[in-house]
Design a protein around this ligand. Structure first.
Ligand code: DP6
Length: 360
């Protein structure tokens, strides 16, 4: 069913050609989205830190055309990437009802990531968010009365139709996606800013991403989500995610880091447990992922540090810790964990505030 709130009828202005450009960040989920239904609706609510340095910059040049159908070309780092085009085409099909001008223009989509494409870091969240924001900017030029709130909400709504987690990559620092009974304003349709108090322990929280395996993803997330459809533990998993988000509300408020660690690490391991117990089954961790996890646990036991880890649907490890611990934890990472990374590679990131418009 189309969401009428996001359909603008009769634009005030028309455009002939131009360029729009946005930078959008990646995000790291604390409570994971794994399982969807209908048109990109999540089976459970998730919450993520928006990142600062891992991002995608996208420029969309547009020119009015007469021919029928979608017409676009995608360039990654200046090189034509035909491999990306089917995904964008699917995205255009899904969002056309909300952006009725898409067939009126020919587009050149130029994109680049701050992290290497082969790093195993998903670019779909930042990429789809950046593209959705560019298209929203076109819409705003045609309809200048659009408010900032509507702009961001609809950008997140559109990004979700490209890739679920992308809807959490428009704003920051902490974004909820999916209806949750205790979180005001939460929606399955778009990400919203976490609306309650956030303790200063979480301000500028650090995320050092350890690149354990830089290969192509073994399981695409779309396939992974499908595996939840007949999964024997699905219902319990969705309940667990909901409870974990409820438990995080007081934690965000009072800054209880031991409790934060328990929830976040358990979420990461539950996500992987779902993959290990689906049919077909997958083990996405590598031996070095486990080495890193064990080293983190040992370091925490020995030093009382509040460092912890989370994982996405892959082998890389996100090492999370308070800003106050930055020097100590980075020293530990360099001394003990880099040996488990491919070519010793890692990315230093931290919580950020969301996407920005690039003036061109
Ligand atoms: C494991 O958002 O990549 O990162 O909606 O099919 O594009 P699609 O999936 P995607 O799934 C991300 C799953 C995750 C957990 C999370 O980010 O919440």
């Amino acid at each position: 069913m189309p969401q009428h709130k996001f359909i603008v009828c009769n634009y005030q202005h028309s455009l002939t050609s131009g360029i729009v450009s946005w930078q959008a960040p990646s995000n790291i989920a604390l409570v994971k989205y794994w399982g969807k239904y209908g048109e990109q609706m999540p089976m459970n609510a998730s919450v993520s830190f928006t990142l600062k340095h891992c991002n995608t910059k996208t420029s969309v040049s547009f020119e009015k055309k007469q021919s029928e159908g979608f017409q676009f070309e995608v360039f990654l780092d200046g090189k034509r990437e035909e491999g990306f085009e089917p995904k964008i085409n699917k995205f255009f099909e899904r969002v056309e009802a909300y952006l009725p001008f898409l067939k009126d223009f020919k587009f050149k989509i130029e994109t680049s990531n701050s992290f290497p494409h082969s790093s195993g870091i998903a670019s779909s969240a930042s990429g789809m968010s950046a593209l959705a924001l560019c298209l929203m900017e076109m819409e705003q030029r045609m309809q200048p009365s659009i408010t900032d709130d509507y702009f961001k909400e609809k950008a997140s709504f559109l990004a979700r139709l490209g890739s679920g987690s992308a809807c959490r990559s428009v704003e920051g620092p902490l974004i909820v996606w999916g209806e949750h009974p205790e979180i005001d304003g939460s929606s399955n349709l778009f990400g919203t800013k976490y609306p309650f108090d956030i303790h200063e322990n979480f301000r500028n929280y650090q995320d050092t991403i350890l690149l354990v395996d830089k290969g192509e993803k073994q399981v695409s997330s779309t396939l992974g989500h499908d595996l939840m459809v007949d999964h024997p533990f699905a219902a319990e998993r969705f309940r667990q995610a909901k409870d974990n988000l409820s438990k995080l509300i007081p934690v965000f408020k009072n800054g209880d880091l031991p409790e934060f660690i328990k929830i976040v690490e358990s979420e990461a391991l539950s996500l992987h447990a779902m993959m290990m117990t689906s049919l077909p089954y997958f083990i996405l961790m590598k031996p070095n992922t486990l080495e890193i996890i064990n080293r983190i646990w040992k370091f925490r036991d020995e030093t009382g540090s509040k460092v912890c880890f989370t994982l996405d649907a892959g082998a890389n490890v996100h090492v999370l810790y308070p800003k106050l611990e930055k020097d100590n934890v980075l020293h530990f990472i360099k001394k003990e964990l880099l040996q488990y990374c491919k070519n010793g590679e890692f990315i230093e990131d931290e919580v950020g505030l969301g996407a920005t418009n690039i003036l061109v």
